[in-house]
Design a protein around this ligand. Sequence first.
Ligand SMILES: Cc1cc2nc3c(=O)[nH]c(=O)nc-3n(C[C@H](O)[C@H](O)[C@H](O)COP(=O)(O)O)c2cc1C
Length: 210
Amino acid sequence: MSDMLKALKWRYATKKFDTTKKLSEEQLALLKESLRLSPSSFGLQPWHFIVVEDVELRKKLRTAGYDQPQITDASHFIVLATEKNVDASLVEKFVENVATTRNIPVESLTGLRDMLNGAVGMKGEEGAREWAARQVYIALGVLLATAASEGIDAAPMEGFDPEQFDVILGLTERGLTSRVMVALGFRASDDPATDMAKVRYAEEQVFTTM
Ligand SMILES: Cc1cc2nc3c(=O)[nH]c(=O)nc-3n(C[C@H](O)[C@H](O)[C@H](O)COP(=O)(O)O)c2cc1C
């Protein structure tokens, strides 16, 4: 079996983390880099990732996260947020990044800017917000696969009150909103979820080949 498939079978949404085991600096850096490298539609990256290290903040987030213990008990905790407003300023920031990264004059990117503004504008305000949420879930998937391939446990969670999270983390004033969260670290030896069989539909139920 490929290493990747082995990792995907090994991973599960961890319910109980070992509070004594911590990710190394290298492991954290690798996981962060996997988020940064995630693909997004048009490459616009309408996201921001908040690594919450502060113990008191994590306690508050746990309260706003239906008291899920992973929020405080895992080695690390990351909130995946998106831009609240996907608009021309986001496009401008991206176009400037393209120019700088590829060392080309920003004036030569007028066509790209117009195309992106057209595409974003067509979505409407709410549609663009939903679009941004879809992009951050791609980053979540990349993070979960990376963690599994490195033998790092993860608990993706959307059971939380985003409005409270946004206030606690000061995201509202930064034009951001929280979408999904991930606890990362190492499973406790007595996590009851470790030995539960993975529940997935059979191949023929989820694939159609035409
Ligand atoms: C986007 C997302 C949100 C989730 N939210 C929660 C959550 O709030 N609490 C929780 O205990 N599990 C949560 N889960 C875990 C799922 O229940 C779990 O991934 C699913 O049952 C499949 O099991 P497995 O990941 O262990 O293979 C979430 C998973 C995903 C992908």
